[in-house]
Ligand binder design. Structure first.
Ligand code: 5GP
Length: 290
């Protein structure tokens, strides 16, 4: 029997160098978090590849977040039931999701960016408003994932991240969505990593999603402002959907039914805006950011 095996001088020297490199790497990571250059997703991505980062304690990670600090970091870990000595590599996926949301909340506290969720019936003009807001430079607009097939004018990575049911399920399982919902036979989801990054970078963030997703966002992030975009008249909405012409008659009536349900749910939102003029809606939404 005897104590631990004796290390040769050479092995010991190599271990010391490695330990010092690991410490240096962790210090770099902490500095990047502090500066708002790295999100929790970024850290997790690096941790999946680098042992030194995987071994970092969650407490160190949290303490590095600007505006959180030691005491709140410990309280937060208690609340999220993460043991004080837990390392990044040992986090469960629910804990990862909870941490991601905390990052978003704290980023909101330290940056001026607002999180605005734009919902409303299909065909009401949400995507036109979203496109204008993106062009205005006042908003970072989230690109959703969907299992729906692309329409002829749509581009993967710009309009949506188009993916198979399997890919979407994998992302749901890995808790990569801030929210997701089924709509007219397809699934749609907001990638949480990109939203967290944008908020941390201080952008105003716009999500253009249906109402079930909007409700989920509000429950995770109460600071989100929920906007319901209403058509000036019901007849006009029907006309717009018919003019779109990309749906089959069956699909169109399914969409109209959903649209009616969505109108009925408008009371749940923070603000209802009538889309009588796109410019006016855009101005109103930009006004909410100041
Ligand atoms: P479309 O198929 O017409 O592009 O979109 C159908 C509906 O899905 C629209 O109401 C749109 O706002 C909504 N949607 C788009 N992306 C998302 C998302 O990431 N999450 C949720 N919940 N709804 C989305």
């Amino acid at each position: 029997m005897g104590g631990p095996p004796k290390l040769s001088e050479q092995v010991r020297a190599a271990a010391l160098v490695k330990a010092s490199q690991s410490r240096k790497r962790r210090a770099e990571i902490k500095a990047a978090i502090k500066a708002g250059e790295l999100s929790i997703d970024g850290v997790l991505e690096i941790a999946a590849q680098e042992d030194a980062v995987a071994k970092m304690r969650v407490r160190q990670l949290l303490e590095a977040i600007a505006g959180l600090g030691k005491v709140r970091a410990i309280a937060l870990m208690e609340r999220l039931k993460i043991s004080p000595t837990r390392r990044i590599a040992g986090l469960g996926r629910h804990q990862v999701k909870a941490l991601r949301e905390e990052f978003m909340k704290s980023s909101h506290a330290i940056t001026p960016g607002k999180l605005i969720v734009l919902s409303g019936p299909g065909g009401v003009g949400k995507s036109t408003v979203a496109a204008r807001l993106r062009e205005s430079g006042d908003f970072w607009v989230s690109v959703s994932a969907t299992t729906r097939s692309p329409r002829p004018n749509e581009i993967d990575g710009i309009d949506y991240f188009f993916m198979s049911e399997e890919e979407f399920s994998q992302k749901v399982h890995a808790d990569e969505f801030l929210e997701w919902a089924q709509f007219a036979g397809n699934r749609y989801g907001t990638p949480s990593g990109a939203v967290a990054d944008a908020l941390r970078a201080g952008h105003n963030v716009l999500l253009e999603i249906e109402i079930d997703g909007a409700r989920q966002v509000k429950s995770h992030l109460p600071q989100a402002i929920l906007i319901f975009l209403e058509p000036p008249t019901w007849e006009e909405l029907v006309a717009r959907l018919q003019a779109r012409g990309t749906d089959t008659p069956d699909r169109r009536s399914q969409r109209l039914q959903l649209a009616q349900d969505e109108l009925a749910a408008a009371s749940f939102f923070d603000l209802v805006i009538v889309n009588d003029q796109v410019e006016r809606v855009v101005e109103q939404l930009i006004g909410l950011t100041s």
